[in-house]
Design a protein around this ligand. Structure first.
Ligand SMILES: [Mg+2]
Length: 354
C-alpha cells in the first residue's frame, strides 16, 4: 500500500455561540481537511484547525506546509511516511503535522482491518466523558451558561477566566457554590458539577496565589495554565503553593516539553493536544512516558472539526488509565450535528456509534 495522492480543502463549522478565552474569540471552527489516498484504494482523512494564537498556524500556513511537503510522501507506505513526517519536515507546524499523522495512522489501522481505538491498544470501546467549556464573559452570562450546561447533563465544566482576578474569583465562587461537587453522591446529586479553571496564561504568580486563597472553599478540580507558557518557574511555585492540582497546557507542545515539565515537577498534570504535539504518534509517545511515570493527563483539543476529534477520542479509549480528563467538547459547540463523527455525545458522555 503506497500513498499516491494528498489533497487539502478548507472547511468551516458554525458555532452555537462565540467561543471566548483570554487569548481569542472564535465564531466558527475553521480547519484544513486533508485527504490521503493509496494505490490500493484506501483513503484516510486528517484535520488541522487554524489556531494562530496558540500554534502560530492559520489556514494558509497549514495548507502551504502540506502542499510544500506532500510529494515527499508519495510512493511511500504509511509507516515510512510517518517516519519522514516526524524526522524530515522541520518547517511544518505542529497542526499540519497532526493532520497528516492522523491520516497516516488511520491507514495503518485500516491495513490491519482494525478500528483506530483497537489499533492503538484498546481492547474494547468504553464510554468516555468530556468537560464542556464555559466561555469568558460577564459573571451573569457565565453563570447562566453553567446553569444551562448542567441542565443538559454536562457536569464537568471548564471555566475560561481572564486577567481580571476579581472577576475570576466572583465567577468561580458563584459557579462552585451553585453546583457543589459531591463525588460520593454524584448520581444522587444531579446539580453537582466538577469545576476546572483555565486562565490561559493570563495571571501572574501573585494574582494566582490570591485566586487560590480566595477560592479555597470551592473544591476545584484543576487550575490550568495560570501563568505564561514560558514561565515554568512561576508554574512550579504555584504547583507547590496550591492545594488544587495545577495543569500545564500552553507550557508544553512536544514530547521534550512534556518531559521537561514532568522532570522539573513544574505542574501536577499535563494537557496533551494532537495539534500541539504533532499528532497521534507523538501523543502516544507522551502518554507512554506518562504511563511509565504515573503522571495523570488531560487530552485536550482546540476548536476542531469532527475527524480530528474522532482521532483524539479513539486515542482516549486506548489510554483511559492515564487520561483523567478529556477536553474534547468541540462537537457540543457546533450549531448543527456533524455526521462525520464516529461518536454520540449525550450530556458529557461519549460513546462509539454502532
Ligand atoms: Mg487550556
Amino acid at each position: 500500500m503506497k500513498i499516491v495522492k494528498i489533497e487539502t480543502e478548507i472547511e468551516y463549522i458554525e458555532l452555537k455561540t462565540p467561543f471566548v478565552t483570554a487569548l481569542r474569540t472564535a465564531w466558527h471552527v475553521e480547519f484544513v481537511r486533508v485527504h490521503v489516498a493509496c494505490d490500493n484504494g484506501f483513503v484516510a482523512i486528517g484535520e488541522a484547525p487554524a489556531t494562530k494564537a496558540i500554534t502560530g498556524e492559520d489556514l494558509e500556513t497549514i495548507t502551504e506546509a502540506i502542499a510544500q511537503y506532500k510529494s515527499t510522501f508519495y510512493f511511500h507506505m504509511p509507516k515510512d511516511a510517518l517516519k519522514i513526517l516526524h524526522a524530515q519536515c522541520e518547517k511544518m507546524g505542529s497542526s499540519a503535522k497532526a493532520a497528516l499523522d492522523m491520516a497516516f495512522v488511520s491507514l495503518l489501522a485500516q491495513e490491519k482491518n482494525l478500528p483506530l481505538y483497537q489499533y492503538l491498544g484498546a481492547k474494547e470501546a468504553t464510554t468516555l466523558q468530556t468537560d464542556v467549556t464555559i466561555s469568558l464573559n460577564t459573571p451573569d452570562a457565565m453563570f447562566e451558561e453553567a446553569v444551562l450546561a448542567c441542565g443538559n447533563g454536562l457536569s464537568i465544566l471548564k471555566v475560561k477566566l481572564g486577567a481580571d482576578i476579581g472577576h475570576a474569583i466572583e465567577v468561580t465562587q458563584r459557579i462552585a457554590k451553585a453546583f457543589p461537587h459531591v463525588p460520593e453522591r454524584s448520581d444522587k446529586c444531579p446539580r453537582g458539577a466538577k469545576v476546572i479553571i483555565d486562565a490561559n496564561q493570563s495571571w501572574s504568580v501573585q494574582s494566582c496565589k490570591h485566586f487560590i486563597d480566595e477560592t479555597k472553599n470551592c473544591k476545584l478540580e484543576l487550575i490550568e495554565q495560570p501563568v505564561k507558557a514560558e514561565d515554568l518557574e512561576g508554574l512550579k511555585t504555584l504547583t507547590e503553593y496550591s492545594g488544587v492540582p495545577i495543569l500545564a497546557d500552553e507550557a508544553l507542545f512536544s514530547f521534550e516539553d512534556a518531559k521537561k515539565v514532568i522532570e522539573t515537577q513544574s505542574a501536577d498534570m499535563i494537557n496533551i493536544k494532537l495539534m500541539k504535539c504533532g499528532g497521534v504518534t507523538k501523543a502516544v509517545e507522551i502518554l507512554e512516558y506518562c504511563r511509565e511515570k504515573g503522571v495523570a493527563c488531560m487530552l485536550g483539543s482546540m476548536l476542531e472539526g469532527p475527524h480530528s476529534i474522532n482521532a483524539a477520542l479513539h486515542l482516549a479509549m486506548a489510554y483511559g488509565d492515564v487520561l483523567k480528563y478529556l477536553d474534547l467538547d468541540s462537537p457540543l459547540l457546533y450549531k448543527e450535528h456533524s455526521d462525520a463523527l464516529d461518536f454520540e455525545f449525550v450530556g458529557c458522555n461519549i460513546t462509539l456509534k454502532v
